[in-house]
Design a protein around this ligand. Sequence first.
Ligand SMILES: [Fe+2]
Ligand SMILES: [Fe+2]
Length: 473
Amino acid sequence: MSQISDEKIPNNVNLSEDKKLQRALEQWQPNFLQWWIDMGPSGFQAHQVYLRTAVGVDASDWAHYDFVKMPDYRWGIFLAEPVQDRKIGFGDSLGQPAWQDIPGEHRNTLRRLIVTQGDTEPASVEQQRMLGHSCPSIYDLRNLFQVNVEEGRHLWAMVYLLHRYFGRDGREEAEELLSRRSGNEDRPRILGAFNEPIDDWLSFFMFTMFTDRDGKYQLLALAESGFDPLSRTTRFMLTEEAHHMFVGEAGVGRVVQRTAELMREAKKDDVRSLGGLDLRTIQKYLNLWYSLSLDLFGSEISTNAASFFAAGLKGRAKEERFQDHLAMEGTYAMDVPDASGQLKREEVALRSAMNEVLRDSYVEDCQRGVDRWNKTLSEAGLSDRLSLPSRRFHRHQGIFAGLFFDPEGKVISATDWERRKDEWLPSPADRAFVKSLQAKAIIEPSKMANWIAPPPRGIDGKPTDFQYVRAEA
Ligand SMILES: [Fe+2]
Ligand SMILES: [Fe+2]
């Protein structure tokens, strides 16, 4: 393991050897902390929270669990160990040594990629900041804060790259990462899904299931980057990211399990009168967050994606799975709407379809999660199932934006969309209902909200009713 120093900023990048960089980051640190106090979790900042902290990058021993007040969390800079003699694995520079510094011609593009990724990290913390006041249990409250502090660390990961490799431009970008605000009209976060409110726990679980999973695929694609520091940073972020998707998939899974129990007890589909979440509502939230997350992959046909790939900046998830790393030949068949909005099969040059290739891996991964939820329904003896809507449904980016499709992917008119959208997406009444179930936080360790099943096990070997968050000095 590289040296983990016990400096102001924990790191394994020999920060103390670069005094200028160290000073610049130490100047950014109080601004980050101020942002955390202003825009991080509302309430609970003086509580002791049982949190995982990254202390190194050893696969078996990288994290440490203990009680800590969130503002005292040790946000650090950790890069995965370098791969000896690493070569660029795709694109026009295939087989050349990975870059340890930024090639001048890719400087602006790389900065944009890093800033776009970096912007999502504080954005999600802002989106989730009120959730502590309506948590279904103290176990879930702790998981929320775990996700939040780690998104904070992911911001550090990107800010390190900006400060270390982009000079003054990078430092300015790092300031701006703290000044944009999720949902703000004048200074919004960069990507759409990161400006949507997450003010109930069903949204939170869907977000961590679907939107954090977009993050996983973006990080996998950046982990392939020819720019080695970016690859190493994102490889380590993926280690932490796994827990976020666990929170989402298991969270929705426990909601589905509770709903199935209530449906069996009541012998009816509508469990709202029993204080549960009905499957229709769960499906609507799924439709919303899945479609918002699909947008994050960008357009199906994209010259940007083609040039990121050609330049060796952003690859495909697990590039080694593929035979042909040049992707100069080959095409990708996709349904493309023509001028009248009707779909026509087209062969798109493979490099221009890289966003869609990444989206394919993502969709498959999401489907595995939905299959597990459906297994819970089938084991409960129910015939109802959840499903992913068509990837054309409710899109705002790419070739389907501005057109209307039902969840099966059939073209419909704007009038039909208006008439029927509340059947498919959460209506104001649905949102009000979901919130009504979560009017107050449940923080007695042995208790669980009625609309969600308890987890099968606790965190870090602790019991499920452990006091993960404590109000004490
Ligand atoms: Fe993240
Ligand atoms: Fe995450």
